[in-house]
Design a binder for this molecule. Structure first.
Ligand SMILES: [Zn+2]
Length: 373
């Protein structure tokens, strides 16, 4: 393979003037694209809570953690900046070329911590009470106007989740996505408690939102379901459905029908942290749904290591071809985040690679060697 000016120029031939590098017994693969991160938690040494905690109880721990940090001498912006920096360094060391980062601060491209990792910044929008809708939309629109994309940081929006986003706010954000031609990322169908809230307007999420003074009894019509939100997200330019753990068969059919417009971000170890169940990866891939892989954050995962994430997924889903798992961690993430030059080793693409030491032996499918450790 030859590389010229940071791009792949040829994949088999070497020119007489080029420098050849022997990498040894390694697999050379495209650098990873981590589809879902919250780097503001990158300074946590261990996840918050215990495996098996409910999502609602875990969110209480996140809220408590933020309040605790607010008591320290450093400002929130200073703390988040330090954590994001640490997460970017960890990501780069793990062979990650780009991330889909949920941002809770209104970063400017110049103030966002810089590294060689490219960041699709999904600025998070939260507003369940109807009275918050216009204010949120105005803020999002202003940020999109103010933020000037750079080669390393590009703007997008994230309506957080059905339990924190009024349907009218989501509709407005989808419209902005369409107009600005930017992807949206939304947590959806993440827990059984979310489905209960959508259906009946009751349960642990209602209690949590009341505690936080963020509940609006009228916000979502009774008998709502993730499908209602998928139908709204289908109006966005592109949508990244984060988790999708508990989407029904009909909802998976709907996602499949959206084709390239919609991608699901699967966070294997975070799913396992919260749920003693099997992620419906086979059902998704069987329908032709585009699935990407994310590490999520260190608040629910021990590290930001994409290869560890892939190996975990390979162990959980022995029926899935290893090449599919590699595709999820590279090409599918690149496509979902809008990085056309990443995710593949091909002529014209960015020379952005990762090497994985592998045992050298003959196997029918060499992808298997990636997941042996
Ligand atoms: Zn998340």
């Amino acid at each position: 393979m030859t590389v010229v000016d940071g791009r792949v120029d040829g994949v088999s031939q070497a020119s007489p003037t080029s420098t050849t590098i022997d990498l040894g017994d390694v697999a050379l693969i495209p650098a990873f694209v981590n589809a879902h991160t919250h780097l503001e938690f990158s300074e946590l040494e261990t996840p918050l809570g215990e495996p098996g905690n409910s999502l609602v109880d875990w969110i209480r721990l996140v809220v408590a953690n933020r309040r605790e940090q607010a008591l320290g001498a450093a400002s929130r912006a200073e703390r988040v900046t330090a954590a994001v920096n640490r997460g970017l360094v960890e990501s780069e060391q793990a062979g990650v070329a780009a991330i889909g980062e949920i941002a809770t601060l209104p970063w400017e491209a110049s103030t966002f911590p810089q590294s060689r990792v490219r960041c699709r910044l999904f600025y998070e929008q939260i507003g369940l009470p109807r009275t918050r809708v216009q204010q949120c939309l105005d803020g999002a629109r202003q940020w999109l106007t103010d933020f000037v994309d750079s080669p390393l940081a590009v703007k997008s929006l994230s309506p957080h989740a059905p339990y924190t986003v009024h349907p009218e706010l989501l509709a407005g954000l989808c419209e902005l996505s369409k107009t600005m031609r930017i992807p949206l990322a939304m947590h959806l169908a993440e827990s059984p408690e979310e489905l209960l809230l959508l259906k009946n307007g009751t349960g642990p999420f209602k209690e949590l939102l009341q505690e936080l003074d963020a509940w609006d009894e009228q916000a979502m019509p009774r008998d709502s379901q993730p499908l209602d939100y998928l139908q709204m997200l289908a109006r966005a330019d592109r949508a990244l459905v984060v988790h999708g753990n508990f989407l029904s068969a009909a909802e998976l059919d709907y996602v499949a029908g959206c084709g390239r417009q919609m991608t699901i971000a699967y966070c294997p170890r975070t799913f396992h942290f919260f749920h003693d169940a099997t992620y419906p990866l086979g059902e998704m891939l069987g329908r032709g749904i585009k699935v990407a892989i994310g590490t999520d954050s260190r608040a629910s995962n021990p590290d930001l290591d994409m290869l560890a994430e892939m190996r975990f997924a390979a162990r959980q889903h022995a029926e899935i071809a290893p090449s599919k798992i590699l595709e999820m961690a590279t090409r599918n993430g690149a496509d979902a985040l809008g990085y056309d030059d990443l995710g593949e080793i091909a002529v014209g693409k960015a020379a952005s690679f990762h090497t994985v030491p592998i045992g050298m032996r003959c196997v029918d499918d060499p992808h298997v060697l990636l997941f042996e450790n």
